[in-house]
Design a protein around this ligand. Structure first.
Ligand SMILES: [Zn+2]
Ligand SMILES: [Zn+2]
Length: 1019
């Protein structure tokens, strides 16, 4: 045997072990740095990473996004693009605060303040620093190539200053205002939350709440009362009005209850009236004795939006505890009673209820109503209720002051900007448009601690001072600059400035900013917008000093890299990051910050259920990396349609591993025979030359088609199509080329052209798949490429000719005939090892030139091209056709049954005036006696199933060969080992084929031995 050129491959790859080896090898050889060096100065492909919250270890859903980012950056790098690989960490705001509160066992804002804001801020930084390292390690393990020491952190002073600059611009445009509004409020976090944060489906849960029907006695109408319905008893002490629908009918029952007639059609009403007739009536509220209710006159108001689908058709109005209620108070001049403080507890003016939470107060309120005799009915209701996106506490409404950026003037420019963006999948562009059309003003203030300090200094004189930079702060400060360690609370709060208009000394408002300002500004803060000079480590300021190593580039750099060519995040980011970055960029530059977007849905478990720790179906990223390996995970992430929830789990991973074996085995096959024959490929021979056998020429063209299809799919940010193209290619490679070429590899001396062609196809396929499966492709590259680029990732994208599609279609036609012949054979119950006399082929592409190939593939003596005599039966496929045809169906069914139909090209039919698509009919072809028939896509084949003695004998020879080769494997013989075969006397007739049998099983001799068992012995 020749010297082994290639390392033998194991039967199956151990993905995790192989990946750890490759990681170490990349590290040792500086492969990533060399890639960047190789592409430096090339055309640019600008990617902007959306910051990931560095708060906990990453989950498998993070792995999804991280994989997609890495796949396309690797692909573009193979194409020679110079790229930015800066990773971002989202590092301040509620995300971090809530985790640190848990860590420190703090339960409320008061406790945070007692703990101390400075210490709390430091703890937040510590947590971010720790988890950013954990996540970095996880992402490296996943194979993501990023510039890991150069990460940006949104808590950097530089990032904060850039947002300040943005806010100053917003104020100059007249868009910034303080709003007095009813807003969704988290009593645990003690802050209002914005529309865009709360809009997700996951922020609503089914909850059980009390359902109360309460009488509001009408003033001056003895015994008459309005009946209202509520599911929030805590709001009743703040009631000031009751709303009716003016044009609806209301009725009075014999016992004095006013109700909407439409809601209670079975009630016997003694009187009815239009809603408008009730408007203006006064009534006694349920808790008029409370201090809060002093001076309040309760009255009936009109409201067109009163629902007649639930409740009583009369709505209890508490403007201090509901958004619509608050809006109504402005229209009707109603008093606004705010019943709860920021922790959601009833205020002192609410007497015996004071100090209770909105939940706790339900029971005493209900009891009081019962005692007063105004409770008409009580029960519970299960309904969808909003919870805090961050801490899952049920939300309430509070009327508070918040800071807003008006969306009116930016809306159209943002829609115009979105029009320039290429979205993948395309339908998400419309989702973004919908969001932009409906977005309300941006609520940017949060009543919290470790976040972007809003640089607002309002003055009694009416002037709102907005600071745009740290330098401006220093210029205008009158005190506190000396202790300003970083631009966070509490330090920033101690700085006082002078009012630009009246010289009064001013304090900053206590609010911090929405975290989406932090993430939205990164196209400016990380790229050095308007920064005159490059500052080494200039981004690593404030809290990020010592955590980040990032530079602050200069404006020329920003010009080079802005806008991003591509961003990619989950679909929910439409209302979050895609929105905030677009808002900020359009404000500052008038154009979209990204040219194209890839977005994708959530990760579900393999049964299609959302993953939750509490359901026990969540998978940790580390666990998946350890058990499946990164390549298998990346395959799962890349193979599934991004507009649908992605399924992820161990069974799916096993399936991927199994499917990957086809390619692995193809390489293994090559390696084994190349070692036997001493075939040694050279990189220079990558461009195949000379006349190739037709099968070799086909594989070369087939490989080129794969390269081209892969490239087109990557260019469209479509990994699903890359994966499909790969699987089709591997199927052709393994089940057509290798299977049909096998003898050429094991013949004496080997067929050099076959080795060369197979090597070529394998190596090019590795390059196409390298972005998706970076580890195993690298491993196999190092196995197969002996003198070329040492890493597949440094090898560039394959430069190949346009494939000969006509040739490929011809072979596809051949394979279609073969597949049909196999189907026909299976329907007749005949094994493929049983030779048959002939196959008749009708229709389809011209494949006559391949008659011999077809004959050998389908194991027949002759292939003829002509008319197949068969009876065609067509039936309606009811699930598809029924809904479309409706009442026309019986006529079509009858026509088909009577054979009154016309066959159209492409597998379509016409019957009773209707054209039927291939998937709307069930087609059966019945061959004549002695024929098995199959047909699809306009091709029909008939297999002559008649057996004679000769054919039966040949079939038995094939069975014998298969049996012996199985024995060779079972006995662990090498591919080249020769054997002596012993057969029982009953098989002696088969020895008419002795030479053939010897060749096929590498036998040097065949002995016949009476009634001995079939056996082999190494010769
Ligand atoms: Zn909360
Ligand atoms: Zn002033």
């Amino acid at each position: 045997m020749a010297e082994q050129v290639f390392q033998p491959l194991p039967t199956v790859p151990d993905h995790p072990a192989l990946e750890r080896e490759i990681l170490a090898w990349w590290e040792e050889h500086g492969t990533f740095d060399r890639l960047r060096e190789q592409n430096r100065g090339g055309p640019t492909f600008s990617f902007m990473d959306g910051p990931i919250t560095a708060n906990n270890p990453a989950g498998v859903h993070h792995g999804h996004g991280r994989t997609l980012k890495d796949v396309f950056q690797r692909y573009k790098a193979m194409q020679g693009f110079d790229e930015r690989y800066q990773n971002g960490f989202d590092s301040q705001g509620l995300w971090v605060e809530v985790e640190v509160e848990k860590e420190l066992g703090l339960g409320s804002k008061r406790e945070i303040e007692e703990y101390g804001l400075a210490k709390f801020a430091r703890k937040c930084v510590e947590r971010v620093a720790y988890y950013s390292e954990v996540m970095t390690e996880q992402c490296r393990r996943l194979g993501q190539w990023m510039d890991w020491d150069n990460d940006y952190y949104t808590f950097s002073d530089t990032n904060i200053e850039y947002i300040w600059g943005f806010l100053k611009t917003v104020q100059e445009r007249g868009w910034l205002y303080k709003g007095h509004r009813s807003t969704q409020w988290c009593p645990r976090c003690g802050t209002s939350l914005s529309q865009h944060e709360q809009a997700g489906e996951e922020n609503y849960v089914e909850m059980e709440h009390p359902s109360l029907f309460v009488r509001f006695p009408l003033a001056g109408r003895d015994g008459e009362a309005l009946v209202v319905w509520t599911t929030t008893p805590w709001t009743l002490p703040a009631n000031v009005a009751a709303a009716v629908k003016p044009d609806a009918d209301y009725g009075l029952t014999a016992d004095g209850r006013w109700l909407a007639v439409a809601r209670f059609p079975d009630e016997a009403f003694t009187r009815t009236a239009k809603g408008e007739e009730l408007v203006g009536l006064e009534y006694s509220g349920p808790f008029d004795e409370l201090a809060a209710q002093e001076g309040v006159t309760h009255r009936v108001i009109p409201w067109d939006e009163v629902s007649l689908d639930e409740g009583t058709g009369i709505v209890h109005i508490a403007p201090g505890a509901g958004a619509e209620d608050f809006e109504l108070s402005k229209v009707h001049g109603l008093p606004v009673l705010a019943p709860i403080d920021e922790a959601g507890r009833m205020l002192p003016a609410y007497g015996g209820f004071a100090g209770m939470t909105t939940g706790e107060v339900a029971e005493p309120v209900t009891r009081a109503l019962r005692e007063r005799g105004v409770l008409v009915g009580e029960g519970t209701i299960l309904h969808r209720y909003p919870i805090c996106w961050r801490c899952k506490t049920p939300l309430v409404f509070r009327v508070v002051d918040d800071w807003f950026i008006s969306a009116d003037e930016i809306r159209q420019p943002m829609l115009d900007a979105n029009d320039t963006v290429a979205w993948t999948p395309a339908q998400y562009k419309k989702r973004m448009d919908d969001w932009l059309r409906n977005m309300g003003d941006w609520n940017i203030s949060r009543k919290r601690y470790f976040g972007l300090p809003l640089p607002f200094y309002p003055c009694e004189c009416g002037h709102l001072n907005v600071i745009g930079s740290r330098r401006e702060l220093a210029e205008r400060a009158v005190s506190g600059m000396d202790q300003l360690e970083e631009l966070h609370r509490p330090w920033i709060d101690a700085v006082r400035i002078r009012c630009a208009q009246c010289d009064r000394e001013l304090e900053r408002i206590p609010e911090v900013g929405d975290a989406w300002l932090d993430a939205g500004i990164v196209h400016f803060s990380t790229l050095g917008w308007k920064n005159p000079e490059w500052v080494p480590h200039g981004y690593a300021t404030g809290a990020s000093a010592g955590v980040s190593g990032a530079d602050l580039p200069d404006h020329a750099y920003w010009e080079k890299w802005y806008p991003a060519d591509w961003v990619s995040e989950m679909r929910e980011q439409i209302r979050l990051w895609f929105y905030s970055q677009c808002f900020m960029a359009v404000t500052l530059t008038g154009v979209s910050p990204y040219r194209s977007v890839l977005t994708y849905e959530k990760v579900f478990d393999e049964h299609g259920r959302p993953m939750h720790k509490s359901s026990g179906n969540a998978i940790e990223l580390n666990e998946a990396l350890d058990l499946m390996g990164a390549d298998v995970m990346r395959w799962l992430y890349c193979a599934q349609t991004p507009s649908e929830p992605l399924r992820f789990g161990y069974q799916l991973a096993d399936d991927v591993k199994r499917r990957f074996l086809t390619f692995w085995n193809s390489v293994k096959f090559f390696v084994e025979y190349a070692n036997v024959e001493g075939f040694s490929p050279s990189w220079g021979a990558l461009h195949l030359e000379g006349d190739l056998a037709s099968l070799d020429r086909w594989l070369v063209e087939r490989t080129h088609a794969f390269v081209h299809d892969g490239e087109a799919a990557y260019d469209a940010f479509d990994t699903v199509t890359v994966m499909r193209a790969y699987q089709a290619f591997v199927e052709d490679l393994s089940n057509w080329y290798i299977r049909r070429s096998r003898p050429r590899f094991w013949q004496e001396g080997g067929d050099q052209a076959a080795f060369q062609t197979l090597w070529y196809a394998l190596v090019q396929a590795l390059r196409v798949m390298a972005p998706i499966m970076p580890f195993v492709t690298e491993h196999l590259w190092r196995e197969l490429v002996l003198d070329g680029p040492e890493s597949v990732h440094l090898s560039g994208w394959p430069d190949v000719e346009v494939p000969d599609r006509a040739l490929l279609e011809e072979i596809e036609g051949v394979r279609r005939v073969v597949t049909l012949a196999h189907q026909a054979r299976a329907s007749a119950g005949l094994s493929l090892r049983q030779p048959l006399r002939r196959l008749v082929v009708e229709g389809g592409a011209p494949v006559a030139a391949h008659a011999d190939e077809i004959a050998s593939e389908v194991n027949v003596k002759n292939v003829e091209f002509g008319v197949v005599e068969a009876e065609l039966r067509v039936k309606p496929h009811l699930p598809a056709l029924g809904p479309r045809l409706g009442r026309e169906l019986p006529a079509v069914r009858q026509a088909l049954q009577a054979g009154e139909f016309e066959e159209l090209p492409g597998g379509r039919f016409r019957a009773a005036g209707h054209e039927l698509e291939p998937d709307e009919v069930l087609v059966e072809r019945l061959g004549h006696e002695g024929f098995a028939v199959a047909s699809a896509d306009g091709v029909t084949v008939a297999l002559d199933t008649t057996l004679d003695e000769e054919l039966v004998l040949e079939g038995r020879v094939r069975d014998l060969i298969r049996q012996v080769n199985t024995m060779r494997k079972e006995q662990g013989l090498e591919l080249t080992d020769r054997v002596v075969l012993t057969v029982p006397a009953e098989l002696e007739p088969l020895l008419r084929w002795e030479e053939h049998i010897k060749n096929e099983v590498l036998a040097v001799e065949i002995r016949v031995d009476g009634d001995a068992d079939l056996s082999i012995a190494k010769a």
